[in-house]
Design a protein around this ligand. Structure first.
Ligand code: PMP
Length: 357
């Protein structure tokens, strides 16, 4: 049998494992920060109709520039943002890959403040971009001074900020983004995958876009919109940044089915985003309850919570799984991450957590 090692694979990919959380068949799955609520029936019907209307034309390539979808996304975002400032792809992962293809690459570097989203270094690896892991401070916070010192020392071509940050849940003070923008010699990407769950006054780098052509905000419909299976992420930036990623994107990367489904979902955003407040209630309930039981818990502005298990996290992960609850071991010694879902899922998680008390 041929193994990976027998193939003439790139040296820097040798011995690596693919990214991925275990997809286990467990009753309570709280490990990938999905929205636990199913798509409401009227939205299912609307998406179904939109898809049906595309089927006869599947012999044709989709709109390569996804013009109508980008206009709809701009309308959703407000802030006076126009379609020319928006670019969409199959999840914000693909958006970030395109950004590194355009602004990173061999001989260039990207810096992130870890622990942060684990795909950032993997996307750097895949695009031949040198990865610089700068460390976060106490309680996973990041001050403007700490961030600027790292950026000045390493002078990366791309800085990744993540707010609210995965896996910690912590949001950035907008002053950190401004300070990094002033100090960075290259592009500054603010990953705001969880923006809709954040408290007012945090993150929202969209407001900083005017006058900052090297700022890119990436967002997704995977979380708040409950559209993870639809695969739709996007960036917002100066139109010149959109021109840059158009140099590296695959032609027709976004299928006509994806574009139609996403547009239908956006048209029903009130119904889809209606779950956000309920999820925030469960998030805060998890934080308060675990703290009340004496656990160390990171502040969260996202739809998940990072908590210290008071021992080995791999053992604790198994204990929770045996109790029917799948959470995420993000490889942070002593810590686990749980997604905030429905009240019943929180009940199950908090009950399972009694085994760790
Ligand atoms: N950024 C962050 C911080 C994330 O947590 C995720 C999903 N886990 C993504 C980006 C990518 O999401 P998607 O590709 O589904 O848009």
């Amino acid at each position: 049998m041929t193994t990976l090692d027998d193939l003439p694979i790139r040296d820097d990919l040798r011995g690596r494992s693919p990214y991925g959380a275990p997809q286990l068949d467990v009753a309570v799955r709280l490990n990938t920060n999905e929205n636990s609520y199913a798509v409401p029936e009227p939205v299912v019907e609307a998406i179904g109709k939109a898809l049906a209307a595309e089927l006869r034309d599947l012999n044709r390539y989709p709109d390569r520039e996804a013009v109508a979808l980008r206009a709809d996304l701009a309308g959703y975002l407000g802030h006076g943002i126009t379609a020319e400032q928006v670019w969409a792809a199959n999840g914000s992962n693909e958006i970030q890959q395109q950004l590194l293809q355009a602004f990173g690459g061999p001989g260039r570097s990207a810096l992130g403040f870890v622990p942060a989203y684990s795909m950032h270094p993997l996307l750097a690896l895949g695009t031949g971009t040198r990865w610089v892991p700068a460390q976060r401070g106490v309680d996973f916070g990041l001050t403007a001074d700490e961030a600027v010192a790292e950026v000045r020392e390493h002078r990366p071509d791309v800085v990744f900020l993540c707010s609210p940050n995965n896996p910690t849940g912590t949001a950035l003070d907008p002053a950190v983004v401004t300070a990094v923008l002033d100090a960075a010699p290259g592009m500054v990407v603010v990953d705001e995958a969880y923006a809709e769950f954040a408290r007012p006054g945090t993150s929202d780098a969209l407001a900083l876009l005017p006058g900052h052509p090297r700022l890119v905000v990436t967002r997704t419909m995977s979380k708040a919109f409950g559209f993870a299976g639809g695969r739709l992420g996007y960036l917002v930036a100066d139109p010149a940044v959109v021109s840059a990623v158009q140099l590296v994107r695959l032609p027709y990367h976004l299928s006509s089915l994806t574009q139609a489904a996403a547009r239908a979902a956006l048209a029903h955003r009130d119904a889809l985003l209606g779950t956000v407040e309920a999820i925030k209630v469960q998030r805060d309930r998890i934080v308060d309850t675990l703290r009340g039981r004496g656990f160390r818990v990171a502040d969260s502005d996202a739809n998940f919570v990072l908590f210290a298990v008071g021992g080995d996290q791999a053992t604790a992960w198994r204990t929770l799984l045996d109790a029917g609850v799948l959470v995420r071991d993000v490889g942070l010694p002593g810590w686990l991450r749980v997604t905030a879902g429905t009240p019943a899922e929180t009940d199950a998680f908090l009950t399972a957590m009694e085994k760790l008390s």
